[in-house]
Ligand binder design. Structure first.
Ligand code: PGA
Length: 252
């Protein structure tokens, strides 16, 4: 049985004080969130605080990015081993904002994936097409390339990987993909993985949808056979909204 997953991606939001308030409030409802792996990915500056607040609870925390080297002269970078040192179990890799704004390539992402796995983290690999690519009927081709190149030479097992399908046109726009379109692409991703690692392993890899997920649309996504949860940006900044979404994922 593959696990259900709810990930809060705060992006570049929340001071430590705001992060602390969120953690306290989430801890109050954590007991209700069984049957779903709840993961909060804050900016690096709040990771130690999450480690303090969530240690010994059912809530996990992770980075939003990492570098591919363990240590050295890489000013401004953070290694996956450093994230492990802060108790992270997860790290988001290849988010479209990093691909588009920072210019990360599939090759960079592959190196980060390899380093994260080596450090003992579970990478959350993000893939997804632009609106233009979708309109040009290239969405599957793009996602296939991102998977192929992002996962090159990696040993994959179901416990050590999460995939998030996030169509770029749906991120932060309020315009979510339809649950049918999300299912179609996520089914395609699962078939792709099955061809690489076999049906049994691919069947157990959590594959999430991301892009304008809210309390009022999560149930539709969760009704689809291949969608195992969500990567939540904007709505994850509000603890009540995030907890409600996580609860809907658990109940699905
Ligand atoms: P959003 O962001 O929920 O604000 O659309 C999702 C993401 O970027 O992970």
């Amino acid at each position: 049985m593959r696990k259900k997953v709810a990930i809060a991606n705060w992006k570049m939001n929340k001071t430590r004080r705001e992060a602390g308030q969120f953690c306290q409030q989430l801890n109050q409802v954590a007991a209700e969130l069984t049957g779903v792996e709840v993961i909060v990915c804050p900016p690096y500056t709040a990771l130690d605080l999450l480690a303090e607040q969530f240690s010994g609870t059912s809530i996990h925390w992770g980075g939003q990015n990492c570098f591919w080297e363990e240590k050295g002269a890489y000013t401004g970078e953070i290694s996956p081993w450093m994230l492990r040192d802060l108790g992270c179990q997860y790290v988001i890799i290849g988010h479209s904002e990093r691909r588009q704004i920072i210019g990360e390539t599939d090759r960079d992402i592959n190196r980060k994936m390899a380093a994260a796995l080596q450090a003992g983290l579970i990478p959350i690999l993000c893939v997804g097409e632009t609106l233009q690519e979708r309109e040009d009927q290239l969405a599957k081709e793009v996602v296939r390339r991102q998977l192929e190149q992002g996962l090159t030479d990696l040993e994959l097992d179901a416990e050590g990987l999460v995939i998030a399908y996030e169509p770029i046109w749906a991120i932060g726009t309020g315009v979510n993909a339809s649950s049918d379109d999300a299912q179609e692409m996520i089914g395609f991703i699962r078939d792709y993985l099955a061809a690489q690692v076999g049906q049994a392993v691919a069947g157990d890899i959590p594959i999430l949808y991301g892009g304008s997920v809210r309390e009022d649309n999560i149930t539709d996504f969760m009704a689809k056979p291949d969608i195992d949860g969500a990567l939540i940006g904007g709505a994850s900044l509000d603890v009540n909204a995030f907890a409600a979404i996580a609860r809907s994922i658990a109940d699905a």
